[in-house]
Design a protein around this ligand. Structure first.
Ligand SMILES: Nc1ncnc2c1ncn2[C@@H]1O[C@H](COP(=O)(O)OP(=O)(O)OP(=O)(O)O)[C@@H](O)[C@H]1O
Ligand SMILES: CC(C)(CO)[C@@H](O)C(=O)[O-]
Ligand code: BAL
Length: 310
C-alpha cells in the first residue's frame, strides 16, 4: 500500500482536485489535509477571514472519490491547532517562540520578502504533516512555485523519505490561476487581475523567440503591467481597479536567486506577484467579492522557462 499526501488549507477548487486526482493515480490511498496553519500568516494577514467551506469541501471530495478509477480518498485530516502545536501556542512573530523549520535563504526571497514568516510556517507545518502521515509521496501545486522549491529542499536536507510531486497550475478560462483567495476579488478586480498572467506570457514569448537576457525578458512583462496600470489610471474611480506589482522575477530554478541570463541547460523560473488594491468606489449592482471588494488581494503566478536539462 502506498499513501499520497495532499496538504491544503481547504476552500477547495479544481486546482486542489487535480492534485488529488494525480495522487490517486500514483498511490493506493490519498490523504487530504485541511488545516489553515496560523504560523504561515503574518500578524496583519488574513488568517481570521481565510475562506472556510467545510461542507462543500466534503461534498467535492466525495464526488471526486466516486469517479476515481484508481486509488481513493481514504482520509481527511483536519487537525486542531492544539494537535499541530502541542507544546507552545503557534507564534507568527519574528523571531517567534516554538520549534520551526527554517529553509534559508530560499524562504527570504520573492514571496518571503513581503511575507517574512510565511515559509517558516509552511515548512514547519509540512514537516509535522509528513511526520504524522509518513506518505510515500507528497503533492504540491506549481502555482506556488517557491513553496515547491522549499519543500523539495527540506525533503533533501532533512533526508525525509518521501517523493515530492509537482502538479501543473489549473486555470480559469481566461488563464487566471485558480486560488482560494480569488473569492475576495469581485468582478471588476477579477477582470484586471489577469494582468499578471498576460505579463508572464509576454516574457515567455520573448524567451521563445530567442531572448535570453534578464533585461529583454522582464522588459516584455513590465511593458504589459505598465500599460495596463496606465489604462486603469486614466479611468474614473467608479470604473477602475488599481494594482501594484510586488515583483517580477527571473530566477534560478533551484536557488531562486535572480539571474542575469537564462542558462540554456538549467532554464529559469519566471514569476511574479501583484496586489489588487481595494476598490476606491464600489458601485451598486456590481458583483462583489467577499469583503465588499475592500480586501487587498495578492495574486501570484509563474511560468517555467525550460532548459535543455529538462
Ligand atoms: N490553481 C492551482 N493549480 C494547481 N495547484 C494549486 C492551485 N492552487 C493551489 N494549488 C495547490 O494546492 C495546494 C493547497 O493550496 P491552498 O490550499 O493554499 O490553495 P490556494 O488556492 O493556493 O490558496 P491561496 O489562495 O491561499 O493561495 C498547494 O500545493 C497549492 O500549490
Ligand atoms: C502547503 C500548505 C497546505 C501548508 O499549510 C499551504 O501553504 C498551501 O495550502 O499551499
Ligand atoms: N497557497 C499558499 C498558502 C498561502 O498563500 O497562504
Amino acid at each position: 500500500m502506498t499513501v499520497g499526501l495532499v496538504p491544503t488549507m481547504g476552500a477547495l477548487h479544481e486546482g486542489h482536485l487535480s492534485l488529488i486526482r494525480q495522487a490517486a493515480g500514483e498511490n493506493d490511498k490519498v490523504f487530504v489535509t485541511i488545516y489553515v496553519n496560523p504560523t504561515q500568516f503574518g500578524v496583519n494577514e488574513d488568517l481570521d477571514s481565510y475562506p472556510k467551506t467545510w461542507d462543500r469541501d466534503m461534498q467535492l471530495l466525495h464526488q471526486l472519490d466516486e469517479h476515481l478509477t484508481r486509488g481513493d480518498v481514504s482520509a481527511v485530516f483536519a487537525p486542531t491547532t492544539k494537535t499541530m502545536y502541542p507544546m507552545l501556542p503557534p507564534d507568527s512573530t519574528l523571531p517567534g517562540k516554538g520549534s520551526f523549520v527554517n529553509i534559508t535563504p530560499l524562504a527570504n526571497l520573492l514571496e518571503g520578502k513581503s511575507r517574512p514568516v510565511f515559509f517558516r510556517g509552511v515548512a514547519t507545518v509540512c514537516m509535522k504533516l509528513f511526520n504524522i502521515v509518513q506518505p510515500e509521496r507528497v503533492y504540491f501545486g506549481q502555482k506556488d512555485v517557491q513553496q515547491t522549491v522549499i519543500i523539495k529542499r527540506m525533503v533533501k536536507d532533512f533526508h525525509l523519505d518521501t517523493q515530492v510531486r509537482i502538479v501543473p497550475t489549473e486555470r480559469e478560462q481566461d488563464g487566471l490561476a485558480m486560488s482560494s483567495r480569488n473569492v475576495y476579488l469581485g468582478e471588476r478586480r477579477r477582470k484586471v487581475g489577469i494582468v499578471l498572467r498576460k505579463a508572464l506570457l509576454a516574457a515567455q514569448e520573448a524567451f521563445r523567440i530567442g531572448k535570453t537576457s534578464r533585461e529583454e525578458i522582464l522588459a516584455a512583462a513590465w511593458e504589459v503591467t505598465n500599460r495596463m496600470s496606465m489604462e486603469q489610471d486614466t479611468m474614473v474611480p467608479e470604473q477602475r481597479a488599481r494594482f501594484e506589482v510586488d515583483y517580477l522575477s527571473l530566477a534560478d530554478p533551484e536557488t531562486l536567486e535572480e539571474v542575469a541570463l537564462v542558462d540554456a541547460q538549467q532554464g529559469a523560473v519566471l514569476s511574479g506577484a501583484i496586489k489588487m488594491l481595494p476598490l476606491e468606489v464600489v458601485r451598486d449592482g456590481e458583483a462583489h467579492g467577499v469583503g465588499g471588494d475592500k480586501v487587498p488581494v495578492r495574486l501570484i503566478d509563474n511560468v517555467i522557462l525550460s532548459g535543455t536539462g529538462g
